[in-house]
Design a protein around this ligand. Structure first.
Ligand SMILES: Nc1ncnc2c1ncn2[C@@H]1O[C@H](COP(=O)(O)OP(=O)(O)OP(=O)(O)O)[C@@H](O)[C@H]1O
Length: 466
C-alpha cells in the first residue's frame, strides 16, 4: 500500500497551507483540517499515519483531539504545535500522550524531520499491508513498541504475518540500522539448534572445523527473531533463559563470555500459556518473553485486508514479468467470502495459482483455487476439490515454471502423506510421526519446511504434540 497520509490540523489557514505545502513538496500525502472535529471526521473516512496538530483551535482544540485519538487510536503518532514560550503547554501535551511537540515558529526542516521520524510507514521496505481497522490498530501498536527495547512476543495463527511484523518492529526501532537476524526454532534439527543460536569454537564437537558466531552474536546491535519459540526443547529453553537474563553468551566449547546488545522478538502460533500448563514450556521463560505480547488476528477477522493483500501479492509476483491483471468483481467477492484458515500464506498460494491460470488482464473467480485440505474438501468456486483441473490450464505462453515437476510431485506426495498421517492420528504429531516411521522432531522439521515452501497445513492438524 502507499504510505498513510499525514493529517495537519491548524485553524490558521495561512500556516496550515504552508505546512501542507512543505510536506507535499517532500512527496508526502497530506490531509488537512481546521479544527479537532473536522480532523476526527477525516480520520473516520480514511486511516492516517500521523497527526500534526495545533493546540488552540475551536470548536474542538488540540487537547480534546489528542484525548480522542488516544482513546480511539492509542498508538497513532501525534505531534503538537505549541506557541513559543509556552513550555507548560508542551509538557501538558506530552503528559496527555503526545508523541512529540514543535515549538512555533519552526523551520520547515524541523517539521519534515519530525514527520519523518514519527509517521507510520507501512509500505517501507515491503512492510505490512494494513487497511482493515484491526490491522491499523496492530500496526500502531507495533510502531509504538518498536521505539522501546521491550521483548515482544508475536502470537497468531500460522501465516498471519508474524515475521512481517517482526521486521516492521525492527525497521521502526532505533536498531533499524543494525542487523535483523531470524531463526526458525522448528526448522533446525534439535541437536544443532544450540550451536546455531550460541555459536561454537573450533573442535567444540565433531565437525566443528572452524569457530562460528551464533545467531545472538550475529544480531549484535540489532534484533534477533526467535521464530516458533514453542518448538524449542526444555533443556535449551533453560539455556536461552540464562542468556536473556545475563545478556551474555558463551559459545559452545568456548571460555569467554560475550556481552550482548540484542533485542529479542519471539513468535508462536501455539497458545504458549497452554504449553506452560502442559509442562512443555518453561514458565520463567514465558514471562521473560511475554513482556509485550502482540496478537495478530487471523485474516478472517480483518476482512478489509483481503483484497488489498491480494493486489499487493499480485503486484509482487507480476513485477517485471507481466502487466498487473485486474480482479473481476466475482473474484473479489469470492476472495472476501472465503474464511482463509491458512491466512495470508494461503492467500498468496491462491494468487500465485490464479496468475498461472489466468494469463490475461483479468482474474475471474474460476481461476481462484482455495486450499483443498483447509476445510476438509473444497471451497473452490468451481467445486473441484481444490485441485487444479488440467482443462483450466492456459494452453500456451502461460507463466508455468518448468524444471520442477518432479520436485513438486514429490513435495505434493510428502504433503499428502503427512496430512493423512496427522488426520488418522487425530492431529497427534507424536503418533503421526510413528506412523510415518520418522521422529516427531523430523516431522516438525518437515512441517516447517512445507510451511516455508508456502504449503499450508490444515489448521486443525499439527497442533498437538502427544
Ligand atoms: N500484512 C502483510 N502484508 C504483506 N504481506 C504479508 C502480510 N502478512 C503476511 N504477509 C505475507 O504472508 C506470508 C506469511 O507471512 P509470515 O511468514 O510473516 O507469517 P507467520 O505468521 O510468521 O507464519 P508462520 O507462523 O507459519 O511462520 C509471507 O509471504 C508474508 O510476506
Amino acid at each position: 500500500m502507499s504510505d498513510l497520509p499525514v493529517l495537519v490540523v491548524e485553524d490558521d489557514s495561512d500556516l496550515r497551507e504552508a505546512i501542507v505545502d512543505t510536506l507535499m513538496a517532500r512527496g508526502l500525502e497530506v490531509l488537512e483540517a481546521a479544527d479537532g472535529e473536522v480532523a476526527i471526521e477525516a480520520m473516520g473516512r480514511q486511516p492516517v499515519g500521523m497527526v500534526v496538530t495545533d493546540v488552540q483551535m475551536s470548536p474542538m482544540d488540540g487537547r480534546a483531539l489528542l484525548a480522542h485519538i488516544r482513546s480511539h487510536h492509542p498508538e497513532l503518532p501525534v505531534v503538537m504545535m505549541t506557541a513559543y514560550g509556552t513550555v507548560e503547554r508542551a509538557v501538558e501535551a506530552m503528559r496527555g500522550g503526545a508523541t512529540d511537540y514543535l515549538m512555533k515558529p519552526f523551520e520547515a526542516e524541523n517539521l519534515v524531520d519530525m514527520v519523518d521520524k514519527h509517521r507510520l510507514k507501512p509500505s517501507a521496505m515491503g512492510g505490512p499491508v494494513a487497511e482493515d481497522p484491526a490491522s491499523l490498530r496492530m500496526l500502531e501498536l507495533a510502531a509504538r513498541v518498536a521505539d522501546s527495547e521491550a521483548t515482544v512476543l508475536l502470537c497468531g495463527e500460522s501465516g498471519t504475518g508474524k515475521e512481517v511484523y517482526a521486521r516492521f518492529i525492527h525497521e521502526h526501532s532505533p536498531r533499524a540500522k543494525g542487523p535483523f537476524v531470524a531463526i526458525n526454532c522448528a526448522a533446525i534439527p534439535e541437536n544443532m539448534l544450540e550451536a546455531v543460536l550460541f555459536g561454537y569454537e573450533k573442535g567444540a564437537f565433531t565437525g566443528a572445523q572452524a569457530a562460528h558466531p551464533g545467531k545472538f552474536e550475529q544480531a549484535q546491535g540489532g534484533t534477533l527473531l526467535l521464530d516458533e519459540i514453542s518448538e524449542m526443547d526444555l533443556a535449551l529453553q533453560a539455556k536461552l533463559l540464562r542468556v536473556l537474563q545475563e545478556r551474555e553468551v558463551e559459545r559452545l566449547g568456548g571460555r569467554k563470555t560475550i556481552s550482548l546488545d540484542v533485542r529479542v522478538v519471539a513468535t508462536t502460533n501455539r497458545d504458549l500459556l497452554a504449553s506452560v500448563r502442559a509442562g512443555e514450556f518453561r514458565e520463567d521463560l514465558y514471562y521473560r518473553l511475554n513482556v509485550f505480547p502482540v496478537r495478530l488476528p487471523p485474516l478472517r477477522e480483518r476482512p478489509g485486508d483481503i483484497v488489498p493483500l491480494a493486489k499487493h501479492l499480485m503486484e509482487h509476483h507480476c513485477r517485471g514479468k507481466r502487466p498487473l491483471p485486474r480482479l473481476s468483481e466475482d473474484s473479489t467477492r469470492a476472495l472476501q467470502a472465503h474464511t482463509w484458515p491458512g491466512n495470508i500464506r494461503e492467500l498468496d498460494n491462491v494468487v500465485q495459482r490464479a496468475l498461472i491460470l489466468a494469463p490475461g488482464d483479468e482474474i475471474q473467480a474460476q481461476a481462484l483455487h482455495f486450499e483443498a485440505a483447509t476445510d476438509g474438501l473444497s471451497s473452490t468456486p468451481g467445486g473441484n476439490g481444490g485441485g487444479v483441473d488440467a482443462a483450466q490450464l492456459p494452453s500456451a505462453g502461460g507463466d508455468i515454471p518448468d524444471g520442477h515437476a518432479l520436485d513438486d510431485a514429490l513435495k505434493d506426495r510428502e504433503y499428502r502423506l503427512i496430512v493423512e498421517a496427522l488426520r488418522s492420528e487425530g492431529g497427534s504429531r507424536k503418533h503421526a510421526a510413528a506412523r510415518l516411521g520418522i521422529s516427531p522432531r523430523t516431522l516438525r522439521y518437515k512441517m516447517a519446511r512445507l510451511r516455508d515452501a508456502g504449503v499450508e497445513l490444515p489448521r486443525d492438524l499439527g497442533a498437538k504434540l502427544a
